[in-house]
Design a protein around this ligand. Structure first.
Ligand code: SF4
Length: 318
């Protein structure tokens, strides 16, 4: 295959070759790294477990605030990328005692075939799979991908279509549709993240509308992460999100009934702790990405009131 002929379409990675759309980045990645699962962020999916993470280049969105723009906006350059087969990724995950493999850093939709083959290889070795996704994907490939995914964190970037159009070259409704699909039509564990950018998507009305939509469409027990924005890419002149902005969002979210709400990209024990949805006592206390206290029994029940915590857990020793 001739790399010089590869096109520069919006996504940077798909090309029409002899009438077929080919994924030119298949097998290429920007590097593998081992993270705590909390970094994805997934707080209710095997806390403290290790996840082998990778992404590729390109993206199907054009977020002006992309924190991984150096890869999501890159064209494929085989000389600067690793070539790693799906089977080798699964093998490395097993070898390094990772509970899961994550498709992350850029949008898994953009490397769908590579992600699916890797997920299949992981299943063979008993490794779970995680997708960190913007959820902007058509129903047919969506069904193909999520068939193999055990947990997903979807970026709900804002709760207004104008934001998606101006800042992401995308639209809101397909994302909401994917979120509903994952929750109701797959077995994948779902958490949501909204990166709060002051003056763009942090109004009280918008956050309240988002949380009410979540409660109404997904229930009260889907974990929601409000993350702090740091100036990046075309939003380099914007200010970083302040702690009070995150705290306000958390307060609004809790007032709508959401049970598990967190602040991300900041170090704050109170806003990264999981509280029992019944008695309100702290059941998982996190310091950064690490667990300082774990008050769930072997059946994932609160040690204070025996209410089951939502998510996937196993015994861990602190
Ligand atoms: S979807 Fe994610 S990777 Fe793609 S441009 Fe937006 S922030 Fe970057």
């Amino acid at each position: 295959m001739c790399f010089k002929k590869w096109s520069t379409w919006f996504c940077h990675v798909r090309q029409n070759i002899d009438g077929k759309i080919i994924l030119t980045s298949y097998g290429y990645n920007t590097g593998l790294s081992i993270d705590p699962i909390e970094k994805k962020p997934l707080y209710h999916f095997y806390p403290t477990s290790r996840v082998l993470s990778f992404g590729t280049v390109g993206c199907n969105l054009g977020c002006k605030f992309c924190q991984n723009w150096n890869t999501s906006k890159s064209k494929i350059n085989p000389e600067k990328l690793n070539k790693t087969s799906p089977e080798l990724i699964a093998y490395l995950a097993k070898k390094h005692k990772c509970k899961s493999v994550a498709f992350t850093y850029n949008e898994p939709t953009i490397f769908l075939e590579y992600a699916i083959d890797t997920a299949k290889a992981c299943k063979e070795l008993g490794i779970k799979t995680v997708a960190v996704s913007a959820g902007y994907i058509n129903p047919e490939p969506r069904a193909e991908l999520f068939k193999y995914i055990d947990a997903v964190n979807i970026d709900l970037k804002a709760f207004n279509n104008d934001f998606y159009k101006r800042n992401c070259m995308a639209s809101l409704e397909p994302v909401l549709d994917t979120i509903r699909y994952v929750k109701h039509e797959t077995n994948a564990w779902l958490e949501l993240t909204t990166l709060l950018i002051e003056g763009e998507n942090d109004s009280e009305l918008e956050i309240k509308s988002e949380c009410e939509w979540i409660v109404e469409n997904l229930g009260e027990c889907v974990p929601v992460h409000f993350s702090a924005f740091h100036p990046s890419y075309k939003f380099n002149e914007k200010t970083a999100t302040k702690i009070p902005t995150l705290l306000k969002a958390i307060q609004i979210a809790k007032s709508t009934g959401l049970k598990y709400v967190y602040a991300g990209n900041v170090s704050n024990i109170e806003t990264s702790t999981t509280y029992c949805k019944n008695c309100g006592k702290p059941i998982i206390i996190r310091e950064g990405y690490y667990i300082a206290a774990y008050n769930l029994d072997e059946n994932s029940r609160c040690e204070f009131c025996e209410t089951k915590c939502d998510g996937h857990f196993e015994n861990i020793f602190i």
